[in-house]
Write a protein that binds this ligand. Structure first.
Ligand SMILES: NC(=O)c1ccc[n+]([C@@H]2O[C@H](COP(=O)([O-])OP(=O)(O)OC[C@H]3O[C@@H](n4cnc5c(N)ncnc54)[C@H](O)[C@@H]3O)[C@@H](O)[C@H]2O)c1
Length: 376
């Protein structure tokens, strides 16, 4: 199958794992040829490290060989970068979230449709072994019919946010930065949400950067977005779920993601990772580990871009679809709106629940030709 030539835009923290996975040949369908950053030096350093070409975004857009752009810029730049690339006729895989403003996300989905281009948005962790195993468990009726669900994530953004300063700015915060993993994992199994209601708060908004070594060490800063979020959601299939997020936690990270069914309880893995253990519990029994049914157990960032490239070649919709990403994005905006207005938020968008990946990919995550063709 003809490889899809890709250019990476944004050579920051997350670009290393994308570029090392792609250039090491983990995804046979992708070929990294170029990279770009607003800081030329960063693009040049990545280009040298991975044996690719440093280019400007304009050059990438004008290059006829490059079919797909992988957008790894900060959330505030997503809209402009995606729009420019789509207008230039490139398929785009973007890191989360699709944009900052809801109307921007909507416009990008429309633009991709008008242009007949593929647009896929992270997270792609739901395509990993852990979440696909959870999906297998639900779809094979192993917990009966899902009734309710609970997602919780707490982080200490005093650790993350003082280096990655976009984390406490508009467009990110724990809601937009981490909420996407949890809501996407649930969406990929339970489908779309009908309505939701939420409360949020900004706990202790005035801060001082206490991270020795951080560029802004000892500088004062103010949180722009809520760091405590609670919400309750009603899925179209009738499942009721609660969401709890707190980025002002004393611990680096705690999480839980649980689906309660009529015949069992499913404890999902950390949706920010690919191969966490999955447990099920049946009536009157212990919680037991369920063997992972799928591959991509290791850090496989870029899997969503690869799956999108396979989809482009096969002419089908990609699983980490723009519609599901936009729905999750709308949910997070809905959560903020509900908290601001004190009213329930009724969801406008919907999406087709993505099909499970074919089973049986256990191991280092390499796809054989046969396995790849099973996807098509
Ligand atoms: N860091 C992580 O662990 C992580 C994990 C998963 C997803 N992500 C997502 O990846 C994206 C990037 O995050 P990061 O942590 O790598 O941030 P980062 O700040 O480390 O890197 C972003 C890079 O994009 C560049 N950039 C910004 N605007 C640009 C523009 N208009 N054109 C070209 N380059 C531009 C910056 O110079 C920087 O090098 C975000 O959407 C984030 O949510 C990050």
């Amino acid at each position: 199958m003809k490889k899809v030539k890709v250019a990476v835009v944004g050579c920051g923290s997350i670009s290393d794992i994308y570029l090392s996975n792609i250039t090491s040949g983990k995804f046979q369908i992708l070929e990294a040829v170029a990279c770009s950053d607003i800081f030329e030096a960063k693009a040049k350093a990545s280009a040298e490290k991975y044996g690719i070409k440093a280019m400007t975004l304009d050059e990438i857009c004008a290059d006829k060989e490059i079919e797909m752009v992988i957008n790894l810029t900060i959330p505030a730049a997503h809209y402009a970068v995606i729009k420019q690339c789509l207008k230039a006729g490139k398929h785009v895989w973007s890191e989360k979230m699709i944009a900052v403003e809801l109307k921007e996300g909507k416009e990008l989905v429309k633009l991709a449709n008008e242009k007949g281009l593929w647009l896929g948005v992270a997270p792609d962790t739901f395509l990993g072994a852990s979440c696909q195993t959870a999906k297998y468990i639900v779809e094979h009726g192993l917990i009966g019919t899902p009734v309710s669900a609970h997602a919780a994530i707490s982080r200490n953004y005093g650790i993350y946010g003082e280096f990655l300063t976009h984390l406490w700015k508009k467009g990110a915060g724990i809601g937009f930065d981490m909420g996407g993993y949890y809501l996407t994992a649930l969406a990929s199994i339970l489908g779309p949400v009908k309505n939701l209601a939420a409360f949020t708060k900004v706990n202790n908004p005035k801060r001082v950067n206490t991270r020795v070594g951080a560029p802004d060490f000892e500088k004062k800063y103010e949180l722009e977005v809520p760091n405590v979020i609670t919400a309750t959601m009603q899925y179209k299939n009738g499942v009721l779920a609660t969401l709890h997020m707190n980025s002002d936690c004393i611990l680096d990270e705690t999480y839980s993601l649980i689906i309660y069914g009529t015949e069992g309880i499913l404890y999902m893995g950390n949706p920010n990772e690919f191969g966490n253990p999955v447990y099920i519990q049946k009536t009157n029994s212990e919680k037991v580990v369920f063997p992972l049914t799928h591959g991509y157990q290791e850090n496989s960032r870029g899997l969503g871009a690869a799956e999108m490239a396979w989809s482009i070649r096969a002419g089908r919709n990609n699983r980490a679809s723009k519609e599901m990403a936009y729905h999750v994005f709308e949910m997070m905006h809905g959560i903020m709106q509900s908290a601001d207005t004190g009213k329930e938020y009724k969801m406008q968008s919907t999406f087709e629940t993505p099909e499970a990946l074919p089973e049986g990919f256990i191991g280092d995550g390499g796809w054989t030709r046969k396995e790849e063709s099973a996807l098509i």
